[in-house]
Each structure stands twice: as C-alpha cells, then as structure tokens.
Ligand binder design. Structure first.
Ligand SMILES: [Zn+2]
Length: 64
C-alpha cells in the first residue's frame, strides 16, 4: 500500500493510448472523455487517432 488515506489515486487505470496499466495517480486524467493517458506524448498519439473527438470539442467550445 502506498498511502493509507483512501485516495482514489490508489486504483489502477489504463492508458487510452498505449494500454499501460498504472496507478491512476501516475497517469493524467481527461475529465471530459473520462480516460487516462501516461503523458503528453500518449495524449498526442491518442488525439491523432481521435481527431474527430478533439475537433468536435474545439468546435463546440470556440466556434459554434
Ligand atoms: Zn500511454
């Protein structure tokens, strides 16, 4: 056990891009899509594969 305060960082999560399984606290969390990624690099690769998702969001937030 890494910490005893019952933090939700304690559970395992999987990177949406490379599939690595790590403690949620060691991953970055995307609150909107509710996915985890390892780092900016994994986010960039994920976003290459999900350009539509990111594009839609940008459109809604900034243009529509
Ligand atoms: Zn990853």
């Amino acid at each position: 056990m890494r910490n005893l305060n019952g933090s939700q960082d304690e559970h395992n999560a999987t990177c949406a891009n490379c599939g690595a399984e790590r403690f949620a606290g060691d991953l970055l969390y995307d609150e909107w899509r509710e996915i985890y990624v390892c780092d900016r690099e994994c986010f960039d690769e994920w976003h290459d594969d999900n350009a539509e998702v990111v594009g839609d969001y940008y459109w809604r937030m900034n243009i529509e």
